[in-house]
Design a protein around this ligand. Structure first.
Ligand SMILES: NC(=O)C1=CN([C@@H]2O[C@H](COP(=O)(O)OP(=O)(O)OC[C@H]3O[C@@H](n4cnc5c(N)ncnc54)[C@H](O)[C@@H]3O)[C@@H](O)[C@H]2O)C=CC1
Ligand SMILES: O=C([O-])CC(=O)C(=O)O
Length: 312
């Protein structure tokens, strides 16, 4: 028997892709190959070499390479898709759909051919629809194709609550359900601070403001950056998902997954709590929603269906 490091391919070596690569290298989670378009191959190679040269300082022994040739993702265990365009101030995630759907189809064909046994994590926006496109194009089983939204959205909500209460962020536990859009559903009823319901610690109006800020969290950062979208926290969220898979952690996390009747959603990918482990999405956890939560969730699902309808 021989052991080897996990192989991680990251498609798209832009802001999120390169940041994910750096975090994976720092955690020594696996060997990394960054893939970008031929015109940006040298830029990607420069980033890979730079990350590699942080290894001796970080005491991290992993390989970091870059390419524009998909042959080099052969035998990847995990493939992360960050390829595509990001929104700029004034744009919605839906505005990206036609450009990114075409890119995700192309990329997914290559993954299907060169890394047929891989687990795929989609980040590109609009991410619920892009996860669906990837699942459809690869034909991989649904446990092996997933999208990132809920870990980031939950982290934003937790950050705002911790700021409001001036308490340790790791004491906040919450849950954001639904599509990765302004209609996402932060579940206040499932939000606790050191085991205490948040509703006991903050007034309702303030909680509502934090919910609203969370929903628009991506847009807030875009306005501040001026030319591109968030990448540090999104990268951290992706790395958390990878870790759950490569370490078979069986963690309960909000992840975009393909639903076939769960939460009364059929034939769409949307964020719900799942168990994430060595087999990818191991199961979906169905929560009982109250009337108000169900209404908000249905509204979010409706937006995801609408986005999907543009490319179906
Ligand atoms: N789901 C989420 O929570 C989040 C999603 N995003 C999304 O992730 C995507 C990437 O964002 P950034 O990294 O900031 O964008 P970026 O523009 O910095 O990087 C994207 C990279 O993809 C590359 N690319 C384009 N077509 C390609 C192809 N066919 N093959 C390989 N590479 C290709 C580009 O050359 C570029 O280097 C965007 O769609 C953005 O909206 C970003 C943050 C959070
Ligand atoms: O807002 C965007 O377009 C990027 C993203 O999904 C996020 O940061 O939540």
């Amino acid at each position: 028997m021989s052991f080897r490091r996990p192989r991680i391919a990251i498609i798209g070596a832009g802001h999120t892709g390169a940041t994910i690569a750096l975090m994976v290298a720092q955690k020594e989670m696996g060997d990394i190959v960054l893939v970008d378009v031929p015109e940006l191959e040298n830029t990607a190679k420069g980033k890979a070499l730079d990350i590699l040269q942080a290894g001796p300082i970080e005491k991290s022994n992993v390989q970091v390479t870059a390419t524009s040739r998909y042959e080099e993702i052969a035998h990847a265990d995990i493939v992360v898709i960050t390829a595509g365009i990001a929104r700029k101030p004034g744009m919605t995630r839906e505005d990206l759909i036609h450009t990114n759907a075409s890119i995700i189809r192309t990329v997914s064909e290559q993954i299907k051919y060169y890394a047929p046994a891989s687990y795929i994590i989609v980040l590109s926006n609009p991410v619920d629809a892009m996860t669906y496109v990837c699942l459809e194009t690869t034909g991989f089983p649904k446990n092996r194709v997933m999208g990132q939204s809920g870990i980031l959205d939950t982290a934003r909500f937790n950050t705002f609550i911790a700021q409001a209460l001036q308490l340790a962020v790791e004491d906040i536990s919450s849950f954001v359900l639904g599509g990765h859009g302004d209609e996402m559903v932060p579940l206040v009823r499932y939000t606790y601070v050191g085991g205490i319901p948040v509703e006991k610690l903050l007034p309702q109006t303030q909680i509502e403001q934090l919910v609203e800020r969370t929903r628009k969290g991506g847009g807030e950062i875009i306005e501040l950056l001026g030319n591109g979208s968030a990448y540090y926290a999104p990268a951290a969220a992706i790395v958390r998902m990878m870790e759950a898979i490569v370490k078979d952690q069986r963690k309960v996390m909000p992840i975009i997954t393909y639903l076939q009747g769960e939460y009364q959603v059929n034939n769409a990918c949307i964020g719900v709590p799942v168990v994430l482990g060595g087999n990818g999405i191991e199961s979906v956890i169905e929560l009982n929603l109250n009337e108000e939560e169900q209404k908000a969730f249905n509204h979010s699902v409706h937006q995801v269906y609408r986005t999907l309808s543009y490319i179906k």
